[in-house]
Design a protein around this ligand. Structure first.
Ligand code: NAG
Ligand code: NAG
Ligand code: NAG
Length: 426
């Protein structure tokens, strides 16, 4: 893509909301987890409001009481980065922090100290997820419910009530998601679980499940209704695998196999990253009743504007997604190329700008592999984006306040390559 075109795209706004106000949200700390198979730890890094930077010296590591895990790659060996094949291994809401323990099939709940956001207190004991290899967790503050996505042999969604005494299972068994994994740890990335997240309103719970190109099985978005009392339906409606035509330039057999990370844009719109599409997909859920049964069929015709649409990104492994209320843009993070793509979900999912970590921070790669600054989980808070770069052990901070993505900080945080998940407390 030419620079002139990129500049032209950057001049357009993501969403009218951005015109109204840039939300004044101040991050307090960012969290990731080491996902270490020998003992999982949550890493908390303080955000210094005076300097507007992460304070690397104010970092804590707190044991989760469980083990991390690494899935197996196509060669049968444990993968190094992205061992869970997922987005959302850590979640934060108010003073709750959740972390999955892929190696011990448990979910840990912490309370974040009001006075020191890097001080975490484990609440109760880690809860059995009733399945294998939990990879992603979400919490609805409205329903006081946390749900976890298991990505191993016993796969599926299990939900918990959350209170000061800890996690209380709301289910007797998970809601299966049909991965077809024969053993633990699972083999991937194909045929693995990607992410789970409630919409902001808390009336829909969504999961992304990767398909398998070799087995000619498409991936899908699974949607669960959530009742007013917070009960998550046992049955799932599948969307996304109903692709009927192919995006321009993509091979017909390469469409929609790997829906990976996603971000809720609003209560009925999702931005989904899918490396098999080579881009981002914006999916809208019909608000008609029955809402979930009437998801519009994906189409590649971009002329329709705001509709389920795909936009090709100049990326190698666009797998993680975040949405910024402040800009109205979604951000797709690439593990292969170390770039963030800013897309406009309300404008057909079009690309607005691209942020390249190595060029933005003036890094000379030399003989280091090009994917060293590859980005995984990404979270937006106010005018900033935080993105996990596990191969470089760092956290990348990007300023999105000025209508483009500007480098703020590249914090060498000494994170292990196995690190997964990133969440921000504000
Ligand atoms: C926070 O930032 C201020 C202003 O730059 C600086 O004086 C202070 O030392 C920083 N604190 C920490 C813990 O880094
Ligand atoms: C994908 O499907 C092929 C063919 O059925 C199978 O051999 C392979 O194990 C599957 N891959 C995964 C990761 O499940
Ligand atoms: C990012 O910038 C570097 C130069 O610092 C360049 O070598 C690389 O190709 C760029 N990556 C992408 C995906 O544009």
């Amino acid at each position: 893509m030419g620079l002139a075109l990129l500049a032209a795209l950057a001049a357009t706004v993501c969403d009218a909301r951005r015109e109204l106000s840039m939300m004044k949200v101040m991050p307090r700390a960012v969290y990731t987890q080491t996902n270490d198979p020998a003992g999982n730890h949550v890493v908390a890094i303080m955000f210094n409001a005076s300097s507007g930077m992460l304070a690397g010296s104010m970092t804590t590591r707190t044991p989760t009481g469980g083990m991390g895990a690494a899935g197996l790659g196509g060669n049968g060996q444990p993968v190094t980065a992205d061992g869970l094949f997922s987005q959302g291994a850590v979640a934060v809401s108010g003073s709750w922090l959740f972390a999955v323990n892929g190696g011990s099939n448990t979910l840990s709940l912490f309370r974040i100290s009001d006075t020191d956001p890097t001080s975490l207190m484990l609440v109760g004991t880690p809860a059995d997820t009733l399945g294998d290899f939990p990879v992603s967790v979400t919490y609805s503050a409205k329903c006081k419910t946390a749900c976890v996505l298991n990505g191993g042999k016993r796969d599926g969604v299990t939900c918990f009530g959350v209170s000061a005494t800890g996690l209380k299972p709301l289910d007797a068994s998970p809601r299966p998601v049909g991965l077809g994994q024969a053993a633990n740890p699972p083999t991937g990335p194909p045929s693995t679980a990607s992410q789970i997240a409630f919409n902001p309103k808390g009336d829909i719970l969504a999961v992304t499940i990767k398909g398998n190109l070799t087995a000619n099985r498409l991936g899908y978005i699974g949607l669960y209704r959530v009742s007013k009392t917070g009960m998550v339906s046992r049955t799932q409606t599948r969307a996304y695998s109903i692709f009927t035509s192919q995006p321009a330039g993509a091979g017909a057999s390469m469409i929609g196999f790997l829906p990976f990370g996603f971000a809720w844009v609003d209560d009925r719109t999702l931005s989904i990253s899918d490396p098999s599409v080579g881009g981002a997909v914006t999916l809208c859920i019909s608000s008609r009743d029955p809402m979930i049964a009437s998801i519009p069929v994906y189409k590649t015709d971009m002329a329709g504007g705001y509709a389920p649409a795909v936009f090709m990104l100049p990326e190698a492994a666009p797998c993680w997604a975040a949405y910024s209320d402040a800009t109205g843009c979604a951000y797709i993070a690439d593990a292969g190329a170390g770039v963030l793509a800013e897309i406009m979900p309300k404008s057909g999912g079009k690309l607005r700008s691209v942020f390249n970590v190595t060029s933005a921070f003036g890094i000379t790669l030399g003989s280091t592999p090009a994917n060293t600054y590859g980005l995984l989980d990404t979270a937006a808070a106010g005018e900033l984006l935080f993105s996990l770069s596990p191969r470089s052990g760092s956290v990348v901070v990007v300023d999105v306040s000025s209508g483009s993505m500007m480098p703020r900080q590249l914090l060498a945080a000494g994170l292990p390559v196995s690190s997964m998940g990133l969440a921000v407390a504000c």
